[in-house]
Design a protein around this ligand. Structure first.
Ligand SMILES: [Cu+2]
Length: 464
């Protein structure tokens, strides 16, 4: 594994800087220059936000000076560039969750890039191959940085997308705040060893139950991303006809109504909603999981009815993900378990100081480079099937970086052949996920309940 020294790190930063300067010689490089976009500046900052009635919450982190991190819009097959400028007092990076980027752009410190220290910057550039709903977040000290606000949604547009009368993006997340509206401890060890530590304040787009206007009788494309560090949701829409069009950035083969649809941290869904005909009618997006169900956000019908029909929504274009060859695929067994170990470990990238979880009986010490080796070395271009078994009483949203897999089968339920980057595995479930190892590099495979990730449920595969 690549170990980055401070010296090498500075060299890398210098190269990144030179890339930025290259913008000034655009005219000399014809097509290359024309294709190179102006970078979006994502500047981490400490800010305040009104998350509770009692007043402003301090020590909130965002990209930009105020409000939640911006929704980033990209276009499928068109180059995108962003400059991360780090203005917080902690090293950081950006990971583009679900987007199949080149390895060096994946944002995992030490595995693929150096830390971006306070005052430094890093230039990200890639061309998103897939259209859909994705998200971005740091991969350093993630429980704190994401817990305090650094989670934003990405929309990758496709010019061939069906037309809607309105589109909305909802970023779902919680905050660990006390009665005074200020941050409390981000986790409790006894909860980290179970489902993870839940937030105390729940928001949609950093608001409590926001309401958005949408045309009566119109078709709404609602993009929802769970960017929370812990919470699993069970989604329901009431007051309107709704259908799930896409999950985790990819169209579903068969559309279905969100009837307590379970999705975990890191997952996204795209709904087509047909608004009611009557002006003022309210549509609710609900979480019905657990003992405290909640209306997350509402839509209010406005104007006279457009009289659309949900069946008129054309299919979304399938993303160009290589088809797994099951006949030649090699199988990789993966057992998720709890571990008896409970010892502090020195995670370089924000370990919690505990080991509670393991993959194939090995608890990983966070994102440290040594002495750990990849879970598996995969041959570029070859097909693989991950046979994953959950031996714990908790659910785990398992996320693979860099490549999308197809859900092949489950031991406990009927599954559609969904293409995804995150699979929410249930207790006692065995699932088979097939993919083509077509993206070279070191790719993390981890639980997206961040406390689980940071206390052992992390590994990576190497594609060479
Ligand atoms: Cu987990």
């Amino acid at each position: 594994m690549t170990v980055l020294t401070r010296r090498r790190l500075l060299k890398t930063a210098a190269i990144a800087g030179a890339g930025g300067a290259g913008l000034s010689v655009m005219g000399r490089f014809g097509g290359w220059a024309a294709a190179r976009p102006e970078p979006v500046v994502l500047r981490t900052a400490k800010t305040q936000a009104k998350l509770m009635d009692v007043g402003q919450t301090r020590d909130v982190l965002s990209y930009g000076d105020a409000g939640m991190p911006p929704v980033l819009r990209m276009k499928k097959g068109e180059p995108f560039a962003a400059r991360l400028v780090n203005a917080i007092d902690d090293p950081t990076t950006i990971h583009w969750h679900g987007i199949r980027v080149p390895n060096k752009m994946d944002g995992v410190p030490f595995l693929v890039q150096p830390y971006v220290y306070t005052g430094d910057h890093f230039d990200y550039a890639f061309t998103p191959p897939d259209a859909g709903t994705f998200w971005y977040h740091p991969h350093c000290n993630t429980l704190t940085q994401m817990g305090h606000g650094l989670t934003g949604v990405i929309v990758v547009e496709n010019p061939g997308d069906p037309q809607f009368d309105a589109e909305m993006v909802i970023n779902l997340r919680d905050w660990r705040l006390g009665d005074d509206g200020q941050f409390i401890d981000q986790f409790r060890p006894r909860d980290a060893a179970r489902t993870g530590t839940y937030g105390t304040v729940r928001t949609a787009n950093w608001l409590d139950q926001p309401q958005y206007d949408a045309p009566a009788g119109g078709l709404v494309r609602l993009r929802v991303a769970i960017t929370d560090v812990t919470r699993i949701y069970a989604f329901l829409v009431d007051g309107a006809e709704a259908t799930v069009m896409a999950l985790d950035g990819n169209p579903v083969p068969q559309r279905f109504a969100p009837d307590a649809l379970l999705l975990g941290p890191g997952q996204r869904m795209e709904l087509a909603i047909r608004m009611p005909d009557d002006e003022g009618a309210i549509v609710g997006l609900r979480d019905v999981r657990g003992t405290k169900p909640k209306v997350l956000a509402t839509l209010r019908a406005v104007g006279s009815s457009l009289k659309r029909a949900i069946r008129d929504v054309a299919p979304l274009e399938v993303n160009p993900v290589a088809e797994v060859d099951l006949a030649s695929a090699q199988h990789i067994s993966l057992a998720l378990s709890a571990t008896a170990e409970n010892v502090p470990s020195d995670g370089i990238c924000g370990s919690l100081g505990y080991s509670f979880w393991a993959i194939n009986k090995v608890p990983w010490p966070g994102d440290t480079p040594d002495p750990t080796a990849p879970l598996a070395e995969l041959k570029l271009g070859r097909s693989y099937v991950i046979d994953m078994e959950n031996l714990t009483p908790q659910s785990h949203p398992m996320h693979l970086h860099g490549m999308s897999f197809k859900v092949l089968s489950s031991s406990t339920r009927q599954v559609q052949p969904l293409i995804s980057d995150t699979y929410l595995i249930q207790p006692n479930e065995k699932v088979s996920l097939g993919f083509v190892a077509d993206n070279p590099g070191d790719w993390l495979l981890h639980c997206h309940i961040i406390e689980h990730q940071k206390s052992g449920m992390t590994s990576y595969v190497r594609v060479v």
